[in-house]
Design a protein around this ligand. Sequence first.
Ligand code: A2P
Length: 340
Amino acid sequence: MTKELPNIAVLGATGVVGREILNILEENKVEYKSIKFLASARSAGSQIEFKGEKHTVIEANEQAFEGVNICLASAGGETSKKFAPIAAKKGCVFIDNSSAFRMDENVPLVIAGVNDEDLRKHKGIIANPNCSTSQLMLPLKALDEKYKVKRMIVSTYQAVSGAGLKAINELTDNTKTNLVGMPYEPEAFKYEIAFNVIPQIDVFCENGYTKEEMKVTNETRKILHFDENVKISCTAVRVPVYIGHSESVSVEFENEINENDAKELLKNTWGVELRDDISTFTYPTPKDAAGKNPVYVGRIRKSIAFDNGLDFFCVADNLRIGAALNTVRIAQKVIEMELY
Ligand code: A2P
């Protein structure tokens, strides 16, 4: 490493994902010269504890990005739209968790360990994929390299933490009121989330799919460089789970697939952990995945609906691989590859 270590900033440091970024920065070996913590004017001046020391939160404004080489951002789409171009102009690499720039052709959309080379094309902004797409990419890339994906159908079971702090609190309050038989007026969700599942995440598009569902289709194509011939369909569902998205995935491949070879392949895939032994009822659940880094895969079986098809269940901590962990891993790659 010849380049001087970077000055880094965490934008949205007081939010659900921002705090997880700080936890992961504490756990991981990310080398930097200095670090600062940015949020809105509302929390400017408040204290954040990081690596055993208290730090003052600074208001994000134009000046705050002066001298910052890498910004890890999770402060919502509007904030990113406002600050990413400003930061990039000042020479900062802005790693964005929002959906604002994901499909911009000048912005690499990256899962660390899957398409790292795309990072070299950045022009100041790098996007972190949507949580449902993110956790699928590590197993899918490995399977695609060997068997070549032709078609994929995904159903998601997504935790409330993906919708922020308000949604987390709503699950608690809604559950408590239900248990004592009181009525509840939902705010974060269209319907009550307690003891319920909601087949709508984000708004509906003209084709009847939701934006969340189309993210899985479009972002997967961009990350894995799939062309239009690879067909991908998703149904995204919110479930009353705090942390951990689950996905039921059916994939049809060009090449003949052998279930045991696929298991062996996934067992040896970086970032993936196999939880797959039905004889001992071993399969992944969100409770096991919460707070952990791997993407857990289980229930692997040869499809009886598709020729050359494989079905599996995939679970991960949506705040980690789906957001904060991948953001930190991208920052690590940017530093290692000296792309700042
Ligand atoms: P703040 O705590 O000052 O509101 P969450 O997704 O959990 O709601 O977190 C959103 C994060 O984005 C918080 O850290 C929040 O800061 C930050 N944020 C929201 N709006 C802005 C803004 N206009 N400028 C900077 N940070 C913002």
